[in-house]
Design a protein around this ligand. Structure first.
Ligand code: GH3
Ligand code: MG
Ligand code: MG
Ligand code: MG
Length: 337
């Protein structure tokens, strides 16, 4: 039994230690029109580790509260012109005061008055004359809530930060899933989704929409003669030139191996041919530097443009592909509608 008792005592002592170390001193605002009480309580609360700011009336307290942002308010009830209940009512309607822990000091009031004070927003009260032990016990009770509230606040901030990080990561992932790694252009997945969106927009605003299908000429021979890495470099170069030759509103994508698709918004077929020609010409003119190639890098372009709601979103791609095939079976390095 004595051994058991000793063990219990140790457990209790260690619990008390944690409890104390978990609850550091509070920032307390003390409001009372009695300067002697104010001085005594202030000294006593400071002695047990709290930081205390004193005010002799509620108006000053309100002003100070904004600056001090205390954890806990201990206020007298009867003060002039504003009393503690009125102070509490105002606090509870303000952002900084709505979560403040409020203990009211009161000479024994009637039941009705106490209910009124609680309804005004006090959390607790201590009967005057103030017993320090009781006041400290009530502060400790308040401290538990203050601590909990701080933890909640911190958790809320953590969650907000985490969710912000998550949405950044998410956006990055979406970008990655839509981007071709070699050229940095939007990929086929993006191209098809975007084409559908642009088709819907074009229909809604009765605007034309064109699609250009581009395929590098004799690309396989670059790979075969100079190797796949050179092929990659030529692809990246071609992508850069074509993107630069297009307009800001044209959506230039890598559609497949050495195939590119351009969605030209608000563009009729005839205009898209001019765009295709500009891209074709740019590539022909800007050959990749430092490479000895058997023939210049060129591109064949098939174009399809909408008229009203014809031929449809998917059909635009098919028609552009068919036009491209025509170029491939004739001259190459040309544009065909
Ligand atoms: P054509 O003028 O008829 O288009 O001839 P081509 O040689 O360009 O056509 P083909 O479709 O026969 O060859 C395309 C080649 O592109 C085949 C493939 O090895 C190569 N290719 C596709 N993707 C890549 C890539 O990411 N990097 C490299 N280096 N080559 C690629
Ligand atoms: Mg008073
Ligand atoms: Mg090709
Ligand atoms: Mg091809």
């Amino acid at each position: 039994w004595p051994a058991m008792n000793q063990a219990n005592k140790e457990v209790i002592a260690s619990l008390e230690n944690t409890a104390q170390s978990d609850l550091p001193g509070l920032d307390i605002m003390l409001v009372d029109d009695d300067p002697i009480l104010l001085a005594r309580l202030s000294k006593q609360l400071t002695a047990v580790g709290h930081r205390v700011v004193t005010c002799r009336d509620a108006e000053t307290a309100l002003k100070q509260l904004l600056e001090q942002l205390p954890d806990l308010l201990i206020t007298d009830w009867h003060m002039k012109p504003m009393d503690g209940v009125a102070l509490c009512k105002i606090l509870r309607q303000s952002v900084f005061g709505k979560n403040l822990y409020v203990i009211m000091l009161t000479a024994a009031e009637t039941e009705d008055e106490l209910v009124e004070a609680f309804d005004a927003g006090i959390d607790d009260y201590v009967i005057k004359p103030v017993s320090l032990r009781i006041l400290l016990a009530r502060i400790r009770a308040g401290q538990r809530l203050v601590k909990l509230q701080r933890e909640l606040e911190k958790e809320k901030q953590d969650i907000e930060r985490f969710s912000a990080e998550l949405s950044v990561a998410n956006r990055r992932l979406v970008t990655m899933a839509n981007t071709d790694i070699l050229t940095g252009l939007p990929n086929r997945r993006y191209a098809l989704t975007r084409l559908e969106q642009e088709w819907a927009t074009a229909l809604r605003y009765r605007r034309p929409l064109s699609v250009l299908m581009l395929d590098l000429d004799f690309f396989k021979s670059i790979n075969d003669t100079l190797g796949h890495d050179v092929g990659d470099a030529v692809l990246a170069h071609a992508a850069k030139i074509m993107k630069a030759a297009a307009r800001a509103t044209d959506i230039v994508c890598r559609f497949g191996g050495e195939e590119f698709l351009v969605v030209a918004t608000n563009t009729e077929g005839a205009t898209a041919v001019l765009l295709g020609e500009r891209i074709r010409k740019a590539l022909e003119t800007h050959q990749p530097e430092g490479l000895v190639l058997k023939r210049p890098v060129t591109v064949s372009v098939g174009v399809a443009g909408s008229v009203g709601d014809k031929p449809g979103c998917q059909a635009l791609v098919t028609l552009a592909d068919q036009a491209l095939y025509k170029v491939k079976t004739s001259t190459r390095n040309a544009v065909q509608l």
